[in-house]
Every structure is written in C-alpha cells, then in structure tokens.
Write a protein that binds this ligand. Sequence first.
Ligand code: AHR
Length: 316
Amino acid sequence: MNTHRLIRHLLVCAALPLCALAADKPLTVGFAQTGAESGWRIANSNSMKNEAQARGVTLKFVDAEGQIKNQFAAVEGFIADKVDAIVIAPLVETGWEEVLGRARTAGIPVILTDRNIRTTDTSDALWAAFIGSDFLAEGHKAAEWLVANAGTRSKIVELQGEAGSSAAQGRRRGFIEVASKTGKFKVLETVVADFRRDKGKQKMAELLKKHGREIEVLYSHNDDMTFGAIEAIEEAGLVPGKDILIVSFDAVKDAVKAVADGKINCTVECNPLFGPPVFDVVQKIISGQKIRRTTYNEDHVIDASNAAALLPTRKY
Ligand code: AHR
C-alpha cells in the first residue's frame, strides 16, 4: 500500500472503526435493488448503473425481485465478496439488524438509498448514510393538494405500495395526518397493490365493483398503480381525472403527460436519479471525508398548472 493509500486508509478507519483494508484497485460496490416493479425503479437502477460506469466503479447489481429474502442474501453475498461499500434500497423497513451487523463486523460501509429502515440501534454503526425521499413530506404534499382542490369530493380509495416499505408507510401516514385535520375526507378502503401496474388495475377493478360511483378520489402510492387503475376506470365507463379525481406519486414522464392531458390530477414528484449523490457519498466515505448522514430529495407537486411546461425537460 502506498503512502497516500495508507493515509486514506487510516482516515477511513477513524470514521469506520472496523473498515476493511482498502486495496490499490478500482472500487467495487454492491447494490441490492428492490426489484423492477415500476418505471421509477427502472430509472433508479439505470441511474446507479450509468453513474458507476462513468466513475469506473465496478457495480455488483442484484435485483431482489420484490423478495426480502433475496435482498438479505444479496447483502450477505456482497459481504462474502468483500466489496468496498454496500448500497441498499430496502424493500421493507424492519428486520435489518442481523445482516447489517455482519456488514459492520466485516468493516464494509452501508449506504441506504431511496427507502429508509427502522432499527433499534439508531447510531451510525449499522449504516453510514441515507440518500432518498422524505415520504412523510410527500404524503403531506399530496393531501395539501387534495384539501385545496377536492371541492365537494370527499370519498377516497387508496392503492397502497409494498406493505412494510417506508415509501408506503410515509405516504399513507403523511396523507392521513393532513387530510384528517379537515374532518371532511373518508377513506372507503385501502388495498395493497405493491407499486405494480397489473395489481393497480386488478385492485381498482375490484374497488369499483364494490364501491361503484361512491368513489370520488383515488389516492395511489405510485404512477404505475395509477396507470393500471386508469385502465380499470376507463373499462368501467368512467373518465379518469373527471369522474374520479386522481392523486399519484413519482411524476415519471408519462404521468406528467397524463397530468397535462387531464387524466391524472396531481402527481407528487419522487426523483429516482440517485446515482450521482450515492457515488459521491461512497467515494467520500472511502476516502475518509466527512459526510452528511441523511439527505432528502427536494420533491415538487405537479398538477395542471405546471405539467405541460415541465414535460420537455423531464429526465425520467
Ligand atoms: O420507493 C420509491 C417507490 O418505489 C416509488 O414510488 C415506486 O414507483 C417504487 O417502486
């Protein structure tokens, strides 16, 4: 190890007491992705892969296919491979203590991205940094939009994302916190559709069958489920965006277009392009620089007032 590497190594080890000995080679980073459930997710995976390539980082990419056991196994594999850092987009919030404890023992820094986790140990022992979205704030924004724009409509059905994920929990809780203050809204039913278009369609068709024209608002935790629901709404002979007000999340390009076309009334942005900030933080950790532990996206609300203007520059 040359002098520069030795100094860097000592700095890293000061920040991470059990860090592995950094070798004189390009970085290898393991990324445990949730799956490929949505357009948002594909954009997120591409951002990570493109940024790794641009920086000459070897990326070991594992798609957990929506299964938490696969994601835990991916992290175990990265530890066995002695990667320089592990990045995780956690499928669910809980159950991470054991595997992250093993990464810590191996001296491998863990960076959480997109979604957060809940552990009893909240010190920086289990993970070094989080770069993602503030889902509670997103839920607040969606509810604030609805409060301002619902008019006389008050009866809501909710399509929920992956149960146990911080994305679904935050969007649900944030929405209820704001909407319940008005005393006006009623959630007729909440169903889980896993952030997937096919399930969004299936669940919305069931909800329409059960509640019919009582449904005045669809609150859907992502654009993919929303697109599926729109198909079901149209097949039921109703007009999305008019007969049923639609509030969604992500703001992928097609959804922004659907807002401009009046099929979706509002989509709260959730930027998936985490590649650059994630690899910035990985490189800072490896070179022993100070990092900010938690960094949130700044997400905007997109509705009829700004959708058309945003479309030409939409990156995902
Ligand atoms: O965690 C972010 C959410 O996960 C996105 O809203 C959704 O599209 C994705 O699958």
